[in-house]
Design a binder for this molecule. Structure first.
Ligand SMILES: [Zn+2]
Length: 291
């Protein structure tokens, strides 16, 4: 089990009072240290892989633009360089999975709202999508992406909507940002039947999530028979989160991982804005992934 982290990601800054702030990973790193869990620096990868996911014109735009991509997502001088390190953490998770070992990316900025040709929702590069393409290049043919962030991963859905080598399943709060992720969005062309959304109402908690895991998520995973499971691990589905109205406990995240024990698992951090809740939820995930 490996955890990838790089303190250069602390330098990424949105506006003052923005919820996506450095403490999200800084505190988590501190809690891992207190529990004797070591982290490693990500490797550098060839940026060519980003072009599998994003249009070249968008990547060039990100490198040169300064200002707001959307009202909640700011691009500064160092944004692209730091988003790159975040993607490298995620790619390092992919590389570790190829060696048959579980891994976790303690990274920011997050990625699952980044689409092929635009960013937004605090996201610039779609880390998990880049990692799926990397695994595909290394010969994998069936990759299951489980997105339990409280928000729908509209970027990831868009990128894999018409392919069957990725099965994208998202469970998220109904009716909040980015206002996508309905049940009838099931993929198209070859991808038909390989995209699944489970929108749940405000207030949904552990018991309901665990039922959905047993009745839907695990069945879909068994049916798809993935070589690997990548998790868009957004712990803003936690009950203390200030942005989302879901009610998961810290322990719930560990129980989810336990249910996926039969598969190699790589988790990549997405949202989660209550600093301590993210830190301890991450710890639960990492501990369960280490067993
Ligand atoms: Zn989120």
């Amino acid at each position: 089990m490996k955890v990838f982290y790089d303190e250069r990601m602390l330098e990424h800054r949105q506006d003052y009072f923005h919820p996506e702030r450095k403490e999200r990973i800084e505190r988590s790193k501190e809690v891992l240290d207190e529990n004797g869990i070591k982290t490693c620096k990500p490797k550098e990868f060839n940026e060519e892989i980003f072009r599998k996911v994003h249009d070249e014109s968008y990547l060039n735009f990100l490198k040169n633009f300064r200002g707001y991509l959307t009202p909640d997502t700011l691009v500064r001088e160092n944004t692209y360089e730091i988003a790159k390190i975040s993607a490298f953490c995620s790619l390092s998770v992919g590389e570790t999975l190829l060696k048959g070992e579980n891994a976790f990316a303690l990274n920011r900025p997050p990625g699952h709202h980044a689409c092929r040709d635009h960013g937004g929702g605090f996201c610039y590069l779609n880390n998990i999508a880049i990692t799926a393409y990397y695994l595909r290049e290394k010969g994998m043919e069936r990759i299951f992406i489980l997105d339990w962030d409280g928000h729908h991963g509209n970027g990831t859905q868009e990128i894999f909507y018409d392919v069957n080598w990725v099965y994208y399943l998202s469970i998220h709060q109904k009716g909040i940002y980015p206002f996508t992720g309905y049940e009838n969005e099931t993929g198209e062309g070859e991808g038909k039947g390989f995209n699944r959304n489970i929108p749940v109402p405000y207030g949904t908690g552990d018991e309901e999530y665990l039922k959905i895991f047993d009745r839907i998520i695990l069945k879909e995973i068994e049916r798809y028979k993935p070589e690997v499971i990548l998790i868009s691990a957004g712990q803003d589905s936690h009950k203390n989160d200030p942005l989302v109205g879901l009610k998961l406990s810290t322990e719930a995240y560990g129980r989810f991982i336990r249910k996926l024990r039969d598969y190699p698992v790589g988790a990549i951090l997405e949202g989660g804005y209550d600093i301590d809740s993210v830190a301890y939820s991450n710890l639960e995930i990492i501990k369960e992934m280490s067993i």
